[in-house]
Design a protein around this ligand. Structure first.
Ligand code: ADP
Length: 306
C-alpha cells in the first residue's frame, strides 16, 4: 500500500529525513515511533502530499504521490496532531460541513455524517459544541472527519497524545474496527508501549532515520534480549565466573556473592544452551531468569532524540 524509497527532506541545512525506506502492506496497522523531533510529522505530511520532498519517491498503492498529484490524495486520510475547528460549531454541523466539502448532498450527506459519528460512538453527542468536548472526544470526532473521504490509507499523527487510558482505549478500538475493514493505518507516537499494544508492525525513527522496523513480535524480542540475565548459584567458583566472563554473548557481568547479573545477547535457545552448559560443568543453579524490563528502556537505548 505504501512504498517509500530513499526519502530525503532538508530544512535549510538541517536534514530532517535521511534516506528513508519503508514498505507497508495493505491492511497493516503500522506504528511510527520516535522521540520528539525525530521527523515523524514531516514524514506523515510528505506521505499525505502536504509537503514537498527533496529526493526519493512515495508510492501509494503503486502510484507516485506528491503535493501536485491530487488523485492519489483521495485514497489518503490525514489526521494532524493539532485539532482545529471553527468556533460555535456543533458536532453534527462540523461533520456536515466537511461532508459537503467532499461533495455529498441531502440524504446521502446525512447518512454519511450519522454513519461516521456512529462508528466513533458520538452520534448521541451530535448537538454538543465541539469547543466544549474533551481532548479524547475531539480526537474521535477528528478521526470520524478523516473517514468521510473513505480513505484506503489513514495517517494519524500522535492521535493518542495527551489522552487518558480510556481515551487511548477508545481510539485503539476504533482502529481495530477500521483495520478489520481492510484499511491500512499508520499511527505515530513517541510512546512505544502505546503502539506495541495496537500495531502489527512498528518502525522506530530517530534523527530522520528508520532505525529499525518489523513485526511487533520481533521488536518485543529485541526488548526481551535487552533485559539483564540474572543467575544465582548455590555456590560459585572461579572457573564458572571465568566461563561467564569469556562467553561471547555476555557483557557487563557483575558478581554479588552467589548472584551474577549480565547482559546476554541471545534468544531463548541460546539461554537454554547456556543453562545446559553451566549445569554440565557442575554449576548448581537456583535462579536463572531475565529481569523485568520495559519497552521504554529499549526505545531509549536505540534512539538518541534531538
Ligand atoms: P516529530 O514529529 O518526530 O516530533 P518533526 O517532523 O515535527 O518531528 O520535526 C523534525 C525536525 O524538523 C525537528 O528538528 C524540527 O525542528 C524540524 N522542523 C519541522 N518543521 C520545520 C520547518 N517548517 N522549518 C524548519 N525546521 C522544521
Amino acid at each position: 500500500m505504501l512504498e517509500l524509497q530513499d526519502l530525503c527532506k532538508k530544512y535549510g541545512r538541517h536534514t530532517v529525513l535521511d534516506n528513508m525506506n519503508l514498505h507497508i502492506e495493505k491492511g497493516q496497522l503500522f506504528g511510527l515511533v520516535g522521540p520528539n523531533g525525530a521527523g515523524k510529522t514531516t514524514l506523515i505530511k510528505i506521505i499525505a502530499g502536504l509537503l514537498e520532498l527533496d529526493y526519493g519517491s512515495v508510492l501509494v498503492d503503486g502510484k507516485q504521490t506528491s503535493t501536485k498529484e491530487r488523485r492519489s490524495h483521495t485514497k489518503i486520510g490525514y489526521m494532524p496532531d493539532y485539532f482545529g475547528v471553527y468556533q460555535n460549531l456543533k458536532v453534527y454541523e462540523y461533520m456536515d460541513f466537511y461532508t459537503q466539502m467532499y461533495g455529498y448532498k441531502g440524504k446521502e450527506a446525512k447518512n454519511k455524517v450519522e454513519e461516521n459519528l456512529e462508528l466513533v460512538n458520538l452520534l448521541s453527542r451530535k448537538d454538543e459544541y465541539v469547543d466544549d468536548l474533551s481532548r479524547g472526544i475531539k480526537q474521535r470526532l477528528c478521526l470520524a472527519r478523516c473517514l468521510l473521504s473513505e480513505p484506503e490509507l489513514l495517517l494519524l499523527d500522535e492521535p493518542t497524545s495527551g489522552l487518558d487510558p480510556r481515551g487511548r482505549n477508545d481510539i485503539r478500538n476504533i482502529l481495530n474496527i477500521l483495520q478489520g475493514k481492510g484499511m491500512t493505518i499508520i499511527i505515530s507516537s513517541h510512546i512505544l508501549q502505546d503502539l506495541s499494544q495496537m500495531c502489527s508492525h512498528i518502525g522506530i525513527v530517530d534523527n530522520g532515520k528508520m532505525v529499525t522496523q518489523g513485526p511487533v513480535e520481533d521488536i518485543l524480542q529485541m526488548e526481551e534480549q535487552s533485559k539483564p540475565l540474572r543467575i544465582r548459584f548455590t555456590e560459585v567458583n572461579s572457573s564458572l565466573l571465568k566461563y561467564l566472563g569469556s562467553h561471547v554473548l555476555i557483557s557487563n557481568l557483575t558478581i554479588d556473592g552467589t548472584q551474577t547479573t549480565m547482559r546476554f545477547e541471545g534468544d531463548s535457545m541460546e539461554e537454554a544452551k547456556l543453562l545446559t552448559t553451566l549445569i554440565q560443568n557442575g554449576a548448581r543453579i537456583c535462579y536463572f531468569a531475565r529481569e523485568e524490563g520495559n519497552l521504554e528502556k529499549l526505545f531509549l537505548r536505540i534512539t538518541k532524540g534531538e
